[in-house]
Design a protein around this ligand. Sequence first.
Ligand code: TXA
Ligand code: MG
Length: 323
Amino acid sequence: MARILPTSDPKTLDAALAVLQRGETVAIPTETVYGLAADATNPAAITRIYEVKGRPRFNPLISHMADLEMARAHVHFSPLAEKLATAFWPGALTLVLPLNAEGDIHDLATAGLTTAAVRVPEGYARTLIAAFGRPLAAPSANLSGRISPTSAQHVADDLGDRIELILDSGACRIGVESTIVAVGDNQLTLLRPGGVSVEDIEAVAGMAVTRPGPGQHGAVVAPGMLASHYAPESTVRLNAHTAGQDETIIRFGGHVLANEEQAHAVMDLSPAGDLREAAANLFSLLKRADKAGGRGIAIAPVPTHGLGEAINDRLARAAAPRD
Ligand code: TXA
Ligand code: MG
């Protein structure tokens, strides 16, 4: 079983660095979700990420940087990219930018594209990357297709017998993955809604963010965005206004569903109706609802503004047909 080391212990840093230097993976806390990190410049290390997650194929990964300066060594920043990085880093915004000639993010991390997805995470992840001195590739630290982890225990439940080290900083502050934006010449394209709202990005950029239409989303621009993802074992029903017999109900904002008395269990993403709180609770509530043993999970409507866009995106994937 993986060791779980608290990031508050000063000895944790050296333990993590030793594992990374051997080309192995370490589960790390970030403000969004826990990541399964490995040296983004080492092909064997990146291959380990795919093996551990059981990902069916190579999808491009996010390369996590200690700061803007480290990112600049690998990708090219236009003035627009620079503006966004300055405003939101460290933070839950991932920018897809052109690779430069000097960088050494490995092809396996970019899936051979001419661009790379980069972000500077908050907190301990950043301390670790700075000490390591190279970018860390890190997808969410869960088995492929499963719900993303927002605590060290979630990681242990999914991957504890496949990895050697999990770093524990407690619950993730934001709770959904980063927002991914492709930065073009005076154009911003949303590849994945996430922990920074589109409204906040547009306010800083002074321009609209384009949302690719259905069909384009995923297939072309963000190859890793599969329709079915975050899949609980239970069936998931969205926009529920009425509870079915023995269903596990996930409310939003304290709103009671019709026929709730016949439900198996009732939970609430945020009794106060706060979308930030709902995002932070989303994945752990989905896991709890899945374990509750009802006849399926029914989820009330969640507003679509602000972080609601990311929440609704993850809910749609959790409910999507699986193959
Ligand atoms: O919050 C997060 O972003 C978490 C934490 C650990 O940082 N990481 C994460 O990584 O969610 P991952 O690998 O699950 O998601 C990466 C997404 C994939 O959908 C992938 O297709 C997209 O980023 N992506 C990566 N590089 C890309 C590129 N060059 N062009 C377009 N999409 C890219
Ligand atoms: Mg993931």
